[in-house]
Each structure stands twice: as C-alpha cells, then as structure tokens.
Write a protein that binds this ligand. Structure first.
Ligand code: ADP
Ligand code: MG
Length: 248
C-alpha cells in the first residue's frame, strides 16, 4: 500500500536578497496509522514542512503525495477541494471562530464540505465533544473556555470528518502539562481508532514521546530520527544541537 504521506525532495526558499532555505530537499514517507513528531531548533523549518505537506504553502521544488495522489497547489480551488476531508490542521493558537459556539465550531468542516449535515456528522461531533469532556459546553463561545478546552474543541473540529491526515503545529505549546496530556491522548486515540496519520510539531520531549517516530530537523533538513521515542532520549538528542540552535 502506498504511504499516507510522501514528500519527494521538497524544497522551499524564502527571501529576495538573502535566501533562506527553509526546506532543503526533504524526502520522507509516512505509512497510514502512524504518529510522527517533528522536532528541531527554532527556524529549522518545522512549520514550513507542515505547511508544504498540507498544501497551505507551495514548495519551490519537489512533490507532495497524499494517499499516492499528488497535491497540486497550482490550482487553488482544486487543491482546496482535494484537501477537504483528507486533511485536518491544528494550530498552537487554536483558531476557533470567536462568534460561533463550541457546537458550531466543531461542525464547521462538515458544514463546509456538504450542503447539509448528516445525522452521522452530528452524532460523531457529539461523541467527540463528550469524549473530550466538553459535552456540557456545546453552547459556550471560545472566550468562555480555558486554553486546554479550546484546543480540545480545535482537535475535535480537525478530526470530526475523519481526515486521513492530521497536521498539528505545536498543539500543546500553550497548554499546561495536564491539558497537554489530554490533547495528546485524544490525538493518539484517533491514530489507533481509525488509522489516522498524524504529523505533530513540538518542542516538548514529553509530547514527542507519544509519537511512534521523531524526525529531527536542522537548517531545513532531516538530520536524525528516532523510533519508539522516550522523553529522556529525545531531550538528550535536542540538547546535542548547537547551543544557538537549541535555544528554541
Ligand atoms: P520553525 O517552525 O522550525 O521555527 P519555520 O518553518 O517557521 O521554522 O521557518 C524556517 C525558516 O524559514 C526560518 O529561517 C524562517 O525565518 C523562514 N521563514 C518561514 N516562513 C517565512 C516567510 N513567510 N517569509 C520569510 N521567511 C520565512
Ligand atoms: Mg514553527
């Protein structure tokens, strides 16, 4: 079976006068049902990797394949249609819509994808919100929730229509360790329950230890990887980056 996500020599450069190679010929393959953490110093290209892999940003060179199909970002409408239902994205800043309730926020992807919401969409949204302990907050607005609760709403929203791929850019960055653990367990469950493939950027070795595999980025390249990571081993590997780099 083809990989859930493949990158083939993906490169991305920013800047006019001074060129910065944010990604330098990155290749990787992620099988279905795997949970990968991406770590590396600040500015090493982690967010650019997620943005290129998910089609939010267009690589200068190289190809991105999702379920064996090339993600073509030259036609924005086609790319959006292709991503819809296949890809979920969670950001550090939650990005919930402030004027919508919890319930409306979670149903947003289903509403965007189709003309009307199926009973199945609603049941699943309800189930997800119950499971993250927000079943009694359906009519609250984001501002009435804690950061951890907002991030759990954001994850419920990102997985409600079961996208094959979930990208998360420092999803626990704004959370305390208890809330972070809740969010990570929720992500881990959707990997096990429906074989979702997850790519998560994190600075936290404890968070990375929830993944099956950790990729280490430096200067836009994958410089190392670790399977079945333990927090202590990940922390030691991060400390081995040059001091300036490690000050992420
Ligand atoms: P990380 O997420 O690992 O901190 P990024 O992917 O955000 O790193 O950035 C990688 C490099 O690309 C950095 O040098 C950053 O300054 C640069 N970069 C990222 N996005 C942009 C952009 N939109 N414009 C200019 N430079 C950028
Ligand atoms: Mg980043």
């Amino acid at each position: 079976m083809e990989d859930a996500l493949r990158l083939e020599s993906v490169s991305k450069t920013f800047g006019d006068q001074v060129k910065v190679a944010a990604l330098d010929q990155v290749s990787l393959g992620l099988p279905y049902g795997t949970f990968t953490a991406v770590m590396g110093p600040s500015g090493s290209g982690k967010s650019t990797l997620l943005n290129c892999a998910s089609g939010l940003e267009r690589p200068d060179f190289g190809r991105v394949l999702i379920g064996g199909q090339e993600l073509d970002t030259s036609d924005e409408t086609a790319a959006t249609r292709f991503r819809r239902g296949r890809i979920g994205f969670v950001f550090q800043a939650f990005n919930l819509l402030p004027t919508l309730t919890v319930w409306q926020n979670v149903l947003l992807p289903a509403r965007i994808a189709g003309t009307s919401l199926s009973r199945e969409d609603k049941n699943r949204a309800r189930l997800l919100l119950d499971r993250v302990g927000l079943g009694d907050r359906l009519n609250h607005r984001p501002a009435e929730l804690s950061g951890g609760q907002q991030q759990r709403v954001a994850i419920a929203r990102a997985i409600v229509n079961r996208p094959a791929l979930l990208f998360a850019d420092e999803p626990t960055g704004a959370l305390d360790s208890v809330r972070a653990a809740e969010v990570l367990m929720l992500i881990g469950e959707s990997v096990r329950e429906f074989g979702q493939t997850v790519v998560m950027v994190t600075h936290d070795p404890v968070a990375a230890a929830y993944a099956d595999r950790v990729l280490f980025l430096a200067d836009g390249r994958i410089v190392d990887e670790m399977r079945a990571p333990q927090a202590a081993g990940v922390a030691a590997r991060m400390a081995a980056f040059r001091p300036t780099e490690a000050a992420a």
